[in-house]
Design a protein around this ligand. Structure first.
Ligand code: NAP
Length: 368
């Protein structure tokens, strides 16, 4: 019997991680994988086991458990949290142990985000610098204080020290409604984080909003194209690890176009008008009071006014072909508005907990 590939996935109950798991379950070589997911919820663990994976109950703060799980994996997908340094340190300890025990280099595919290259703009301008993930000097010059960066440096450190092959995927704004068994089973929510936050705020104020003039632009990527990057990369590594950039050459932006926050606001506004929830589709700027109300502080609220541009050159070079662009992102916003509206109706109110959790992170000084 051929040896199975032990795959460990963090974030299976999430929007991106759930999509990655769907891809792995549907992979042509799925019968050669032994997939373990690490999740917090015992109820979701049971649902995940029904899909044919082994589920371990652990929070990212259970460091001993994270280390132990990582020490048994050949391939790790970390799609749970781009900003938990102690969890990554524990995971890397396990990865080192795996290497020292087996002599085989574990594969670590970590998730970061283009927030790492975002600059403060308060919505008033669009970034001019276009980052390319093939430009190593540009990537190396990103300051250590940038959002997600300390964690990414730790991941690259493992590669530099020679006990892992590391790869970092940095998606821009991920959009679209996710589908597949993980979502159909109610294990993960099928919507993203950034645009839905703007939608919830628009539902609350009955008009779309934007930071400043809405001129800040960000890279975009559809959820299916995002999941494809993980599998295209995984397949390329499995076929020939020597041919795929890792470590400093292992930054993979996720981008298939750019969008301005004005365009996002206008699409949300039009959806509100179409649904009879607002009279004017034109977005208006958030006041400081609104930023405090939704995000806990003006500083945190202004994250939606930061700006960045990049090109996913490295993923394209290994055969990734995105199917969706900015027009598709704008076209799906109405469905996302309907989703958030239904969720608010079911919950008896709008849930701003994601905004508050991001605010906590931003206020801790880890973001631009
Ligand atoms: N969506 C985007 O547009 C986007 C873009 C760039 C980067 N990213 C980054 O990619 C990562 C995943 O994003 P997402 O959109 O998939 O988010 P999501 O839907 O909120 O999923 C987050 C996942 O991480 C798990 N998780 C979070 N904290 C945890 C902890 N302390 N212990 C154990 N599990 C934990 C969640 O588990 P529970 O179900 O138990 O909560 C869930 O499975 C995030 O770090 C995000 O910053 C996202």
């Amino acid at each position: 019997m051929t040896k199975k590939t032990n795959i460990l996935l963090f974030g299976a109950t999430g929007y991106i991680g759930g999509s990655v798991l769907n891809r792995l379950l549907n992979h042509p070589k799925a019968d050669t994988f032994s997939i373990t997911v690490s999740v917090r919820s015992p109820e979701k663990a049971k649902l995940l086991e029904k899909l044919g994976v082994k589920a371990e109950i652990a929070s990212l703060s259970d460091h001993d458990k994270i280390e132990e799980l990582a020490s048994r994996a050949h391939v790790i997908f970390n799609v749970a949290n781009s900003d938990d340094l102690p969890a990554i340190i524990a995971l890397l300890k396990g990865v080192r142990k795996a290497y020292e025990t087996t002599g085989e280099l574990p594969i670590l595919i970590h998730t970061s985000g283009t927030g790492e290259i975002a600059e403060p703009a308060k919505g008033d301008f669009a970034a001019e610098t276009v980052y390319s993930d093939l430009n190593i000097e540009q990537i190396k010059a990103i300051p250590e204080t940038a959002f997600h960066r300390k964690i990414d440096l730790a991941v690259i450190g493992a590669d530099e020290q020679g006990y892992a092959r590391s790869y970092i995927i940095l998606p821009g704004i991920v959009d679209g409604i996710a589908s597949g068994p993980v979502f159909e089973a109610g294990i993960a929510k099928p919507v993203s984080i950034q645009i839905p936050a703007f939608i919830r705020e628009a539902l609350d104020r009955k008009r779309a909003g934007m930071i400043g003039l809405g001129k800040a632009v960000w890279p975009i990527i559809h959820i299916d194209d995002t999941a494809d990057i993980y599998t295209v990369l995984f397949d390329a590594i499995s076929a020939n690890p020597q041919s795929v950039g890792h470590g400093w050459e292992g930054y993979y932006f996720g981008e298939s176009g750019h969008v301005s926050y004005y365009e996002i606001g206008k699409a949300i506004g039009q959806a509100l008008v179409d649904l009879g929830l607002a009279e004017d589709a034109e977005p208006t700027r958030f006041t400081d009071e609104e930023l405090v109300k939704y995000w806990g502080s003006v500083l945190a609220g202004n994250y939606g006014g930061t700006t960045c541009r990049c090109r996913a050159d490295r993923a394209r070079a290994i055969g990734w072909k995105p199917k969706y662009g900015t027009k598709d992102l704008l076209a799906v916003i109405k469905s996302e508005v309907e989703y958030e509206l239904k969720r608010a109706q079911e919950k008896g109110g709008i849930d701003f907990s994601y905004e508050k959790s991001l605010a906590t992170l931003l206020q801790s000084g880890k973001a631009t």
